[in-house]
Structures are given as C-alpha cells and as structure tokens.
Design a protein around this ligand. Structure first.
Ligand code: CUA
Length: 340
C-alpha cells in the first residue's frame, strides 16, 4: 500500500511537471549554455560515481571474510602515492569545472547589442514590470517579443527576492538598492512560468510571474496599443458602477492608465483584463477567484499586503469584476499561448 501511494505521488509529480513543460533543459539560448555546463558536471559526476562505487564493490567482494578465516587481515597505514593521486585528480576536475563555469558566466552576463531593456522590481509578494523606453508599466505578467534578446534590470523594493523563469534563463537576485541583470531570449511564443527563488516571507512560494513571449508583429502591436491605451469608457451600468467603486476603494494603491487611479503601492492594473493569472501568477484569472481575492486576498495568499474588502456586497464585487475585465487591449488571447 505505501508503495502504491508512493507511485501515485511520483506520477502526479511527473504529471504536474509535464503539464507545464517547465524545464531548465529548454533550447532558449542562455539555457543552452547552462545546459552545456550541466552535462559536463554530470559526466564527471557519473565517472566519479562509477569509479568510487566500482572500487567499493570490488573491495567488499575481494576482501570479504572467508569461511574459517578468523585472522585479522594485514593492517595498512598510509600510501603517499595514492593520496597524491586522489587529491590531484579531484583538484583537476574542480579546476576544469571552474574554468567552464567562469567562461559560461562571462558569456551569459555579456550585454547583447539590440536587446530590449525592461525592469523588474520585486515586492512582497509580486513583480512590477516596466518598459523604460516606452514609459509603460505592468505587473505579474511581462510581455516580450520572440527572437529579440531581453535585458531585465532586476531590483527589489523591500527584501531580497530572486527572479527566475526556468525555461528561459537562470536566476538573479533582486536586492534593494542594487541592480542585477539577466539577459535571455525566447525562441518561440509561449506563456513562460516564473518563480521567486529567494525565501522572502510567508508567501514566497506564492510569488510567481509569467513572461508572455509574442511574435514580433503581435508584440509591436501590443506596445503601440498599450502606449495609446486609455481605459475604455464603461460599456454598461455595471461596469460604470465598478469603475466608481474602483476609483473610491482601490485607486490609492493601484493605477489604471488613463484614469484618475494613480496609486503605486500595489500592482498596476491597467491591463488586468488581459492577465492570465491573478495574485502574482498563482491563480487563474477567473471571476470567482477575483471576487475571492478582493474580499480577502490573504486567505488565498498568506501575508498579502492588500487589505480585505469584506464590506463589499456580491453586486459590488460583480461590478468591480465587470470593470476590471474591461481593462484590456483588443485582439489578443494570451490564454492560447503554450505554457512552458
Ligand atoms: Cu520573493 Cu521569494
């Protein structure tokens, strides 16, 4: 029975990993470099394991106690030649790995000409994204073009976080008062998972993000439309009521481009209606989740900084949801992107 439970556990783990295709062994350019390094380390590890396990097995078999043999075997102390050999070989291996690692580090840290600058700032427990050249801002989901290197400047507004989209590149710490850089390129369109990879508080595990890689022309259209974006006039009474509520209750912390809502404490919600997730990449962006989130986000994400809004009636929540889902650019469907 325990064995069966274990198998089911392994299967569901494998299933979860497969469902999202998140892997550091992807063919994204930076990950290729890291994967190459990983193979070198793996080759040495396998050789060392083979030699050590083989020597151990041989010794156990060769020097086993034989029937009727009750004598102590010869006691050997020290062997200078062997000690030098088993010190020198690992030293050599470590030196080779050091050189390979240093080379890779230099290679992946090198600025890439023609890369797109973006800025990522970690906050407990969400990511703020900015396009400095365009003066645009989003949160939780960063849209990038396929086939152009992206240079992410990473910092933090409070404690140390770490920015990590595994299928695209390695990690970089987000440190208050310091800028770190990650450079990578998406080679195919997709919804790439990202994680905070540095323990940063109660909801560290719930501090995720997405990178949405779009084909060039879609990306250009996204940026142009976003630059020209003004929150649409409410389509109906419900959305108008939602906007009123939003401007009264939410505008102190959240921004919606082209409206009086200019708060910068919480995530920018200008394009909330396009987001595939809410609660920084943890929950699917559905009306049910949104209503639960507004009512009491800390029940969904421990230590969430957003206060509960339990005083809102169901009608109010529906109205807020109607308004928030109207905040989007037309002609995009991010839900269709394959997930990596
Ligand atoms: Cu932010 Cu862990």
């Amino acid at each position: 029975m325990p064995r069966m439970l274990l198998s089911v556990g392994y299967l569901s783990l494998a299933g979860a990993a497969l469902a999202h295709n998140v892997t550091i062994l992807s063919d994204a350019p930076v990950n290729q470099e890291i994967t190459g390094l990983l193979w070198w380390v793996l080759i040495f590890a396998v050789i060392i394991f083979g030699v050590v396990a083989g020597a151990l097995a041989y010794t156990i078999w060769k020097f086993r106690a034989k029937p009727g043999d009750n004598e102590l075997p010869p006691q050997v102390h020290g062997n200078d030649r062997m000690e030098i050999i088993w010190t020198a070989i690992p030293l050599l291996i470590v030196m080779v790995l050091f050189v390979l690692t240093a080379q890779t580090l230099v290679k992946i840290k090198r600025p890439v000409a023609g890369s797109l600058p973006v800025e990522a700032t970690g906050w407990q427990f969400w990511w703020d994204f900015q396009y400095p050249d365009e003066g645009l801002r989003t949160a939780g989901e960063l849209v990038i073009p396929v086939g152009q290197p992206v240079e992410v400047k990473i910092t933090s507004g409070d404690v140390i976080h770490s920015f990590w989209p595994p299928s695209l590149t390695g990690k970089a710490d987000a440190v208050p008062g310091e800028d770190n850089y990650l450079r990578f390129m998406a080679t195919k369109p997709g919804n790439y998972y990202g994680y905070c990879a540095e323990l940063c508080g109660a909801s560290h595990a719930n501090m995720r993000f997405r990178i949405l890689a779009l084909e060039r022309e879609d990306y250009n259209r996204f940026i142009e439309d976003f630059k020209a974006y003004e929150a649409p006039a409410p389509a109906n009474e419900q959305a108008a009521r939602g906007q009123q509520l939003f401007n009264a209750q939410c505008a102190a912390c959240h921004t919606v481009k082209g409206t009086p809502a200019r708060g910068v404490i919480g995530p920018d919600l200008s394009l909330f209606g396009m987001r595939t997730t809410l609660g920084s990449g943890v929950w699917d962006n559905t009306p049910e989740n949104l209503k639960r989130w507004i009512q009491d986000s800390s029940a969904m994400k421990p230590s969430s900084k957003m206060p509960p809004f339990t005083q809102l009636s169901d009608t109010d929540l529906e109205a807020l949801a109607a308004y928030l889902y109207s905040l989007k650019l037309d002609g995009f469907d991010f839900a269709q992107l394959p997930r990596y």
